[in-house]
Ligand binder design. Structure first.
Ligand SMILES: Nc1nc2c(ncn2[C@@H]2O[C@H](COP(=O)(O)OP(=O)(O)OP(=O)(O)O)[C@@H](O)[C@H]2O)c(=O)[nH]1
Ligand SMILES: [Mg+2]
Length: 289
């Protein structure tokens, strides 16, 4: 089942972003460091390139991602033109302080009283845009929360007399091209729960993590996961935790939610769901079929 989520308010958010882009000098695109390409909205790129705005990509939630894979992604993005990529954790005090410096380096003609630097924070839902905004301003101006579509409208603030910053509502795009991207986004909580079935998403996540981080799963769930597939793993977790329904069957829904929560909170460990090589392979297979 392909996951698609494009609620009505995002059409409005897109129109508003297009308007603001005209009066923007640089786009700060916030990505989820665990799924950096899957969390990249192609529509944001179209808008940015139409106005030829440079791009600072932030691989946020780096505290939850595999540091080695994050470094591979930074090398990959930093090879792109007119782009600078950095990894950070907006929740860590001080981590966002280096952002203005990177933005100024990308826009050498802005950042003066005459020509202030106008930055626009964009990205899909729940990647930490508003957390970044609050960190940059060092006060809580924007509401944040671990669910998609918390921010409903744009908010602009002055960082200094020569810099301003605008937070925007999370934006999806009308059609997610690759099925696995939909699952990665749902696992990472960028997609509304009304558009997904938790058990399906948990199964995708279990299969993905079994391939790349079996040791972390062994430790977290006190199991031997060798020879297990996703279904086996979720059933083993249900058994270990005694998640049973009233009718005596294993509670697959409760298990799925617990497993997803463990991933989202970092309880399994620092993991990435894709790396540049796995992404290239996924695209090659998809194009061949
Ligand atoms: N672990 C971790 N969590 C983070 C980080 N940045 C943000 N979060 C959490 O991610 C969740 C979403 O943060 P928001 O700032 O509301 O995300 P947003 O992109 O503004 O989301 P929308 O407004 O819904 O589009 C919150 O629970 C934050 O606490 C980070 O660097 N690390
Ligand atoms: Mg927000």
């Amino acid at each position: 089942m392909a996951i698609q989520w494009y609620p009505g308010h995002m059409t409005q958010a897109r129109k508003k972003a297009e308007e603001t882009m005209e009066f923007t000098d640089l786009v700060i695109e916030v990505l989820d460091a665990r799924v950096p390409e899957a969390s990249h909205n192609p529509v944001i790129n179209e808008m940015r390139l139409f106005r030829q705005r440079p791009n600072l990509k932030i691989l946020n939630k780096a505290d939850l991602a595999d540091p080695k894979v994050t470094q591979d992604w930074l090398n990959y993005f930093n090879a792109q033109p007119n782009t600078k990529a950095v990894a950070l954790s907006c929740k860590k005090p001080g981590d966002a302080n280096k952002i203005p410096k990177y933005c100024l380096a990308l826009t050498p003609h802005r950042g003066t009283h005459l020509k202030p630097l106008r930055m626009l924070i964009m990205g899909i839902p729940n990647v930490g845009k508003s957390t970044l905004m609050n960190a940059l301003l060092n006060r809580r101006v924007a509401k944040v929360g671990d669910e998609p579509a918390v921010t409903k409208s744009q908010q602009r603030f002055d960082l200094s007399e020569t810099m301003s910053i605008t937070d925007t509502p999370g934006m999806m795009w009308p059609k997610i091209q690759y099925e696995s991207d939909g699952y990665m986004l749902a696992a990472s909580h960028a997609i509304g729960r009304n558009a997904v079935i938790d058990e399906d998403v948990a199964l995708f996540l279990a299969d993905n993590l079994l391939k790349t981080y079996p040791e972390l799963l062994n430790v977290r769930y006190k199991l031997d996961v060798s020879n297990m597939d996703g279904v086996d793993l979720l059933e083993a977790i249900a058994k270990r935790r005694s998640y049973k329904r009233h009718d005596g069957l294993w509670d697959t829904e409760k298990t799925a939610v617990a497993f997803l929560t463990d991933y989202r909170s970092g309880a399994i460990g620092r993991v990435s769901l894709e790396n540049p090589d796995s992404r290239a392979a996924m695209i090659a297979i998809s194009q061949a079929s």
